[in-house]
Design a protein around this ligand. Structure first.
Ligand code: MG
Length: 346
């Protein structure tokens, strides 16, 4: 199960097996081996994602909205506007048509919110086993927008040597600020509660939501965004380590600036989980040139999706890797998690 949990074990499976056979692709602007959120080929951002969240319904969402939002967000964080999806269903024998319809309605709602259409797909049924109802693959395409061009115009005012045309994990430089769009850990704790039948005497809900419209606003109205990631499996810890490794820059974050709901923090303490390592489905981590950090934060805070946003840290040349200034005054190394502590969260 760790091989699918988004941490070091999964990264080595992908690198040592999948990239071994399909990597080394020539003439592809952002290829498979970049292991970014999506690929770019012929100026089209292209992404595929399988969704196997268990259970298929949980507080705040279901497998249908995750299937749409997950792929939409992976395309959006490269700076593209997603516009069409393909959807493959693998249904487990015994899934009720009422549940299937509930999932489809949820996908339709999420598509409307994100402004994307499902235009092709496939449906298979397999014998009763361990699917937990169904799994859904969504693939999608996205395109460049005027907002993305505007974003790069702003970056060029502050940085002359950036060659990238897309918002990539490898674009971060010392001095850039790290902005987080809201609270972390909500989704992982909501799904874990549903898996284990736990309730924390509170109202913890998944944050699952498409972020593409918000991201396009940030690119077009503020600009200066060099790197973005949706901190899904492996959480904020994994996302920041991806930035740090691919950009070859250190990242310092400040514990007191990281938004975590009190009930999520309490649930994590009870279960021995680190909110930094738990997956989210409706948050984005943004690397932005220092001069645009405050404006980015300001716009985020005027929106529903970003109302709890904070500037949580900065990229630095002082050290390699990711470190956190703790509230008690020390520094803690934030390493890449071995795997997300909660299985099958997306
Ligand atoms: Mg992603």
């Amino acid at each position: 199960m760790l091989h699918g949990a988004g941490g070091t074990v999964m990264h080595s499976l992908v690198k040592n097996y999948i990239v071994k056979y399909f990597g080394a692709t020539a003439n592809i602007e952002v290829p498979l081996e970049a292991l970014d959120d999506a690929a770019v080929i012929n100026d089209i951002v292209f992404k595929s994602d399988s969704h196997a969240v268990k259970p298929i319904f949980f507080a705040g969402g279901d497998i249908g909205c995750i299937a749409v939002a997950g792929t939409v967000n992976d395309i959006a964080v490269l700076g593209a506007e997603p516009y069409a999806l393909a959807c493959g269903f693998v249904l487990e024998e015994g899934l009720s048509l009422a549940d299937f319809e509930r999932i489809l309605a949820s996908m339709q709602q999420t598509c409307l919110k994100a402004g994307v259409s499902i235009v092709t797909g496939d449906t298979k049924v397999v014998e009763k086993g361990s699917l937990g109802g169904c799994i859904i693959n969504t693939s999608g395409i996205g395109r460049r927008t005027a907002a993305l061009e505007k974003n790069f115009e702003v970056i060029r005012k502050f940085r002359s040597n950036l060659k990238a045309r897309w918002v990539l994990d490898s674009n971060l430089r010392a001095g850039d600020k790290i902005v987080l769009s809201g609270t972390i850990g909500d989704h992982g704790v909501a799904v874990l509660s549903a898996q284990e039948g736990l309730s924390f005497g509170s109202n913890i809900k998944s944050d699952v939501q498409p972020l593409n419209c918000l991201i396009q606003r940030l690119l077009g109205e503020v600009g200066g965004i060099v790197a973005m990631k949706d901190p899904t499996r492996g959480g904020l810890a994994d996302a920041l380590n991806e930035f740090s490794e691919k950009s070859q820059v250190g990242i310092l974050i400040h514990e007191d600036m990281i938004p975590v709901r009190k009930d999520v923090q309490a649930a994590c303490e009870m279960l021995g989980l680190d909110p930094l390592e738990i997956g989210n489905e409706g948050k984005v981590v943004i690397g932005v040139v220092r001069e645009k950090a405050e404006e980015t934060l300001h716009l985020l805070r005027t929106t529903e999706e970003g109302k709890n946003a904070e500037i949580i840290g900065e990229a630095t040349a002082d050290f390699a890797g990711v470190a956190m200034q703790t509230v008690v005054g020390g520094k803690r190394i934030i390493s890449r998690p071995v795997g997300d502590p909660v299985p099958r969260i997306c």
